[in-house]
Design a protein around this ligand. Structure first.
Ligand SMILES: Cc1cc2nc3c(=O)[nH]c(=O)nc-3n(C[C@H](O)[C@H](O)[C@H](O)COP(=O)(O)OP(=O)(O)OC[C@H]3O[C@@H](n4cnc5c(N)ncnc54)[C@H](O)[C@@H]3O)c2cc1C
Length: 269
């Protein structure tokens, strides 16, 4: 049975050096070298493997500044069928509640969808809130830390496995459902030349502003975000130090290390 799937991906700063908007306390994203959140490539790969096995279509969705178009082209280069870039000043500064609301409304607009796939978390704020929040807006069953998935016997469900610290769990979820994929759980496939050409020539990326979604401005962006950044303080970068213990006695080495840690202000109990 062909599957109609969506995968949500975030466009994140590809740098440790980011500036905070002193007025809103949120990240200044435009003009910052950015990439598709690396953990979302594992979500894309799982979606493409399901498409390889059962056929169907995989649509990527990103709520991001216009510059994310380059990232969505990359995903089409991997084999994603089409992409939706949700971009509008009205969505800027959104916390997770406002972000998940917009993503849920975008997925609702694409319904019927069999599976909504998310990454485990992002590398910039990594709250890991979005998946569960989007699932609750859409009232979809949800499992996180998924490492692989296959269709259930009745073709009305999927069977997923997830790896926890000491065990592997298997769940069967009725379709439609929402899953988040464990980071590093697969090796994302490379882009192909033919797909890259498709990404550049076939107009496979739709751009949706709020004129398309028509959402209440009080529910989106900074206005729709109950989380208020009261203060943001850049953490000082502590220069790395290389120290070498010259002796051979393990007990002496342990004593030496504790002394060095205390010198650095580490409270040794
Ligand atoms: C340093 C920092 C700290 C923050 N702290 C908070 C906070 O405490 N509470 C809060 O509500 N907001 C917070 N935010 C805002 C939050 O980053 C945004 O709301 C963001 O869009 C979603 O949260 P996340 O990056 O943590 O996503 P996560 O919940 O970690 O993302 C999980 C998955 O959801 C999908 N996803 C996430 N964002 C998008 C997107 N924009 N488009 C498409 N798919 C997406 C991806 O598949 C991703 O792997 C913070 C932002 C920064 C930069």
């Amino acid at each position: 049975m062909p599957l109609d799937m969506v995968v949500c991906v975030k466009w994140v700063p590809n740098t440790q050096v980011v500036n905070i908007d002193p007025r809103t306390g949120t990240l200044i994203r435009e003009g910052v070298p950015s990439i598709i959140n690396p953990h979302d490539l594992n979500a894309v790969e799982l979606g493409l493997r399901l498409k390889d096995s059962y056929g169907g279509r995989l649509t990527a969705i990103a709520m991001s500044p216009p510059s994310a178009k380059a990232g969505l082209e990359f995903l089409i280069g991997m084999g994603v069928d089409r992409a939706i870039l949700i971009t509008d000043r009205a969505f800027a500064g959104a916390d997770t509640l406002a972000t998940s609301y917009v993503l849920a409304k975008a997925i609702e607009r694409l319904m019927p969808v069999d599976i909504a796939i998310f990454g485990q978390e992002t590398i910039d704020s990594s709250t890991a809130h979005i998946c569960a929040q989007t699932a609750s807006w859409l009232k979809l069953p949800y499992i996180y830390y998924v490492v692989d998935a296959k269709l259930g016997d009745g073709k009305k469900s999927i069977v997923v496995r997830r790896v926890l610290e000491r065990e592997v769990e298997t769940f069967e979820l009725p379709l439609p459902c929402l899953i988040s994929v464990a980071m590093k759980s697969n090796v994302p496939r490379p882009v192909t030349l033919s797909n890259k050409i498709r990404a550049k020539t076939e107009g496979l990326i739709e751009v949706w502003s709020n004129d398309v979604l028509k959402l209440d401005v009080n529910c989106i962006g900074l206005k729709g975000s109950p989380t208020v950044v009261s203060k943001s303080v850049p953490t000082p970068v502590v220069p790395r130090k290389k120290l070498k213990f010259e002796g051979t006695d393990p007990a002496e080495a342990a004593r030496w290390l504790l002394d060095r840690l205390e010198e650095e202000g580490v409270k040794v109990v």
